[in-house]
Design a protein around this ligand. Structure first.
Ligand SMILES: [Zn+2]
Length: 390
């Protein structure tokens, strides 16, 4: 099978030959190949990667649910979510599946989802998301983080549930504001890193706490990562603190994070400081992107479109030059793939025939315009056309 008239990310034009679900060759463009799928010069991107999503939280496909948070604190939103969850009549499998179908149609073929676990929910949401992963296994890879949304110490029994979640199929152990939510940095990290060590699992911690207090927690995570030899397997999501401390503090932190192999996830949030993404990258820190909340009790916004997310990240980071927009795109493609440990990723001869075509001619244009995804191709098979699954 041949896809003709492709524009590769480096701007070159070629035909892409596919055999057995993999890219067998890049060939000079040929106008007269019968049965070729003509890409019409659109740019071909590797699959989009959502490094932080919450498949079990979304209400996508249900009638509109107004946001019920009484305030702007994380704890207000946790309470609001409990009320919304108590009222929902549809299993998370259904709404999460709606979201998977929507994101695949926009070109995302890999994701890391956090799944709520606490002493009221138990492993119920994990079981729903494991069903989603199995159901869509031929279409998308889903990495699961066992996420203590209600805290670990504040929700007694959660540590044991997180441990059991890894046994039952979750890939990483999560955490949440060790000081802001649980009020005990060491006890929280003892639980998280203890589970990670027992199962050789990765770690991805939500950290909203800002300022010097938040920075101290990020440094504690980096220290534990290094001490346990977990370099490359640990991420901090949000890390607002890195954007709220003076630049020299952030620079020192960047060097520490790079040495410890701790990645930083940002979704380009409104209403919060974002980490200094370029500074982090220049100092060797892996920075990657994710949607975070999509149409759920936390946020009314979001679509799961990772090109839109790259644009939002770039907008919040005040990116303007093409190289900056390419960095935003890298956060939702190659960098995300590295953090998720996807060894077989990228548009290359011998690589998987997985790609998305965008009606643009450069990477920067793709981010700025978020144009239509004419095709999403998985293992050489067209799985979506013009934003709709086939
Ligand atoms: Zn999150």
């Amino acid at each position: 099978m041949r896809f003709s008239n492709a524009t590769l990310p480096d701007g070159s034009r070629c035909d892409i030959e596919v055999e057995g679900g993999r890219i067998s060759a890049f060939l000079p463009t040929s106008p007269s190949t019968p049965d070729a799928v003509d890409l019409g010069g659109t740019i071909v991107l590797p699959p989009l990667v959502d490094g932080h999503i919450h498949l079990d939280k979304t209400l996508l496909g249900l009638p509109w649910v107004p946001n019920q948070s009484a305030g702007n604190q994380v704890s207000d939103r946790i309470e609001a979510e409990r009320r919304v969850r108590a009222a929902r009549m549809v299993p998370e499998f259904e709404t999460g599946s709606n979201l998977v179908r929507q994101v695949v149609a926009s070109g995302t073929l890999h994701m890391r989802t956090h799944v709520d676990i606490d002493n009221q929910l138990g492993l119920r949401n994990l079981h729903e998301v494991l069903k989603i992963r199995e159901h869509f296994r031929d279409l998308v890879t889903i990495e699961i983080v066992a996420f203590p949304q209600s805290g670990i110490l504040r929700s007694p029994g959660t540590a044991a549930l997180l441990d059991e979640a890894i046994t039952q199929g979750a890939d990483l152990v999560g955490g949440l504001d060790p000081v802001g939510i649980d009020g005990d940095l060491d006890a929280h990290l003892d639980a998280v890193f203890g589970i990670a060590q027992r199962h050789s699992a990765g770690v991805d911690i939500h950290l909203h706490d800002g300022g010097e207090g938040g920075l101290a927690q990020i440094m504690a995570i980096a220290a534990r990562t290094e001490a346990l030899g977990l370099q490359g397997k640990v991420a901090v999501s949000h890390a607002f603190a890195l954007g709220s401390v003076p630049t020299d503090s952030a620079t020192r932190a960047a060097d520490t994070l790079a040495r410890a192999g701790v990645a930083i996830m940002s979704h380009g949030p409104g209403g919060a400081t974002i980490p200094p993404l370029k500074l982090l990258r220049e100092h060797g820190v892996e920075v990657f992107g994710g949607s975070d909340n999509i149409r759920d009790a936390w946020s009314p916004f979001g679509s799961g479109d990772m090109l839109e997310r790259a644009m939002l990240i770039g907008y919040r980071a005040n990116f303007r030059h093409d190289a900056e927009l390419a960095l935003a795109l890298d956060m939702v493609t190659a960098a995300g793939a590295r953090v998720l440990g996807l060894a077989d990723y990228g548009i290359k001869a011998g690589g998987p025939a997985d790609f998305v075509t965008v009606e643009a001619t450069t990477l920067a244009e793709a981010v700025a315009t978020r144009k239509r995804r004419s095709l999403v191709v998985k293992a050489g098979r067209i799985v979506a056309r013009d934003g709709t699954l086939v």
